[in-house]
Ligand binder design. Sequence first.
Ligand code: ADP
Ligand code: MG
Length: 254
Amino acid sequence: MPVQRGAGRTPPVLDVRQVTKVYGEGDASVQALRGISITVERGDHVAIMGASGSGKSTLMNILGCLDVPSGGSYLIDGTDVGALDDRQQAILRNRKIGFVFQSFNLIPRMTALANVELPLAYGGVGAGDRRRRALAALDQVGLSDRVHHEPNELSGGQQQRVAVARALVTAPSLLLADEPTGNLDTKSTADVLAILDRLSDAGRTIVVITHEDDVATHAKRIIRLVDGMVVEDHRQAPVDGPPPRLASQVVRDR
Ligand code: ADP
Ligand code: MG
């Protein structure tokens, strides 16, 4: 699907304009973001990289509408988030963004199925539809045989796949992941990255925050932060093509 550009066409999924973030006041203040401007088109798969303290989590929290910038503006699907009240922001977050966290953040003593149904329940989707969509999302991450298991009965890799299913189930505009493989072993990391590759290939828009080069090699584009500024924005694969790892597999298979 070609990406539309220009006036009157689909706006970018993310449009971040000169965003700054200052924590604290006076001598104790920390300038965590120093004027970040990024646009992300539909279908892109972006890795945001940077050393510890470079502002990655601060940026993730702002992109995910979990925190507000000190300056600048931020649009998601053309909607200026700063112009929304708290309730409108919560609705936007539920409809537009799917989160994947380093520590999975599943609800204990709730089955995988119930965990994945949760964002649909918040969104007011009826029980039958909720179940059908949650089962389809769990199937997409290869966990159809684990839907009635609770988090403590699943491996770390399986828990993170449930978290990916939960992030996907609302069909969000943006999948936002903060160090999604940071707590996983090599095999589970490969499983989760393969799922992200497939989602990217299916046209999903993905932003992954990571400090691991291995994770970034799966992205179509790499953005590097140093001290709260973008110092590099490098494209590895076209927005409207497959992600680099899948593209190279096609070449190898020929
Ligand atoms: P990263 O995720 O890349 O490690 P962070 O976004 O967590 O970076 O932090 C960026 C800078 O902001 C760091 O200097 C950090 O110490 C500071 N910082 C982050 N959160 C807070 C906070 N709640 N209060 C004060 N300073 C913070
Ligand atoms: Mg961080």
